[in-house]
Design a protein around this ligand. Structure first.
Ligand code: HEC
Length: 93
């Protein structure tokens, strides 16, 4: 019984630390490649002049995520944001 409670609290801790962890650009690149975002964004390049705050970047990624039915969870959106920010936008968080 005690063991179960301990296991449960450990997995909750791991789970919540994932949600609040900063995005991982390596995981983000993999997700971004997999979702084939460049099928549109090669012709329509990511534009740091337009998306000029970190908040806007999160919103823009979520916009395409929702519209394309990519099905990313918030932590996956964070990974992709981290990747795009490192690669293209270089915004302050
Ligand atoms: C079907 C075409 C299409 C695909 C595929 C697509 N997008 Fe977009 N994306 C758009 C359009 C349209 C906009 C809005 C551009 C505008 O407002 O001018 C946009 C805007 C964006 C922006 C802001 C653009 C900027 O100039 O800063 C980001 C970031 C973005 N998308 C990320 C993604 C990600 C991540 C994916 C992969 C899940 C993705 N997009 C896939 C069409 C697409």
């Amino acid at each position: 019984m005690k063991k179960t409670a301990l296991l449960l609290s450990t997995s909750i801790a791991v789970f919540s630390s994932n949600i609040f962890a900063a995005g991982d650009p390596v995981a983000g690149k993999a997700l971004h490649d997999e979702a084939n975002c460049l099928s549109c964004h090669t012709k329509k390049p990511y534009d740091p002049a337009k998306t000029n705050t970190y908040e806007k970047l999160v919103k823009a990624v979520n916009f395409c995520n929702v519209n394309l039915n990519t099905g990313w969870f918030d932590d996956e959106v964070e990974h992709v944001v981290a990747f795009l920010n490192k690669e293209y936008y270089k915004l302050k968080q």
